[in-house]
Design a protein around this ligand. Structure first.
Ligand SMILES: [Cu+2]
Length: 256
């Protein structure tokens, strides 16, 4: 298992894998401002583009800006008591990545990359993972501070989830920031099995930003007459933003 782990880390280091970027600048000032100052700034706390909160000009209350993942969207959840319950089903399907190119991808709920999960620090979260792939899988929660049993390392923290089986991951969200989930079985990640996991801070960042985007940068190697990505090849010929190549990738609108 150490070898598989090493491989994945190496793949990331070489830039052959996938990067989750968040188009937001660093946060700077978290000191509280008065409602008067907020109103004087047109309803927003602060004046730089560097953070993630929005302030109500009447009450002065700050809220987190929702993150937008173009072409992907969010994973909905339902409440079970005080727990947010998300359902991720892994399967193989086709995705049109450009007007003249459709490929076979491995992803979640019909999306590769998988849908973005958005929660808030302090939330209790349950993810019900169902494997409808033709081979075993498991989900790793990249960077999470949590119990080993929820870490998703096949052969170390759990048995692989076999085709047709379900595995339940439980978290209490301690951190804040941009994280992601991905398959921890070799090659599945390179076929599309990853998604963003946003932990909004309990105390919203200040000053605010108006728009916050997740951009997954992906590379695939797909021969001209093939629909199957070659996950062994590192000479990539498709660069995707959130699962779409130009000109299918939409612009990120920040001002209208
Ligand atoms: Cu990881």
């Amino acid at each position: 298992m150490a070898n598989r782990r090493f491989f994945l880390q190496t793949a990331f280091g070489a830039g052959a894998g996938l990067l989750a970027n968040r188009a937001s600048a660093e946060r700077t000032d978290r000191s509280p401002n008065t409602t008067t100052q907020v109103a004087a700034r047109g309803g927003y706390q602060g004046n730089s583009s560097g953070s993630l909160s929005k302030v109500d000009s009447r009450t002065g209350a700050a809220t987190n800006a929702r993150v937008v993942t173009t072409d992907i969207g969010d994973l909905p959840f339902e409440m079970d008591g005080d727990t947010k319950v998300f359902r991720l089903t892994a399967h193989v399907f086709k995705r049109q990545i450009a007007p003249n190119k459709t490929i076979d991808v491995w992803g979640f709920n019909g999306s590769a990359p998988g849908p973005t999960i958005q929660v808030t620090q302090g939330d209790k979260v349950r993810v019900i993972f169902k494997n409808e792939l033709p081979e075993p899988s498991s989900l790793h929660w990249h960077g999470f501070e949590d119990q080993i049993g929820n870490d998703g390392m096949p052969g170390i923290s759990q048995e692989p989830v076999k085709p047709g089986q379900t595995f339940v991951y439980n978290f209490v969200i301690k951190q804040e920031g941009t994280y992601f989930y991905h398959s921890h079985m070799a090659m599945q990640e390179l076929a599309g099995m990853l998604g963003a996991f946003i932990m909004h801070p309990k105390v919203p960042y200040r000053p605010h930003c108006d728009k916050d985007f997740v951009i997954h940068l992906q590379e695939y190697a797909v021969l001209a007459n093939s629909t199957t990505p070659n996950t062994m090849m590192m000479e990539f010929n498709w660069l995707l933003l959130n699962g779409k190549a130009g000109p299918a990738s939409p612009p990120l609108i920040v001002r209208q």
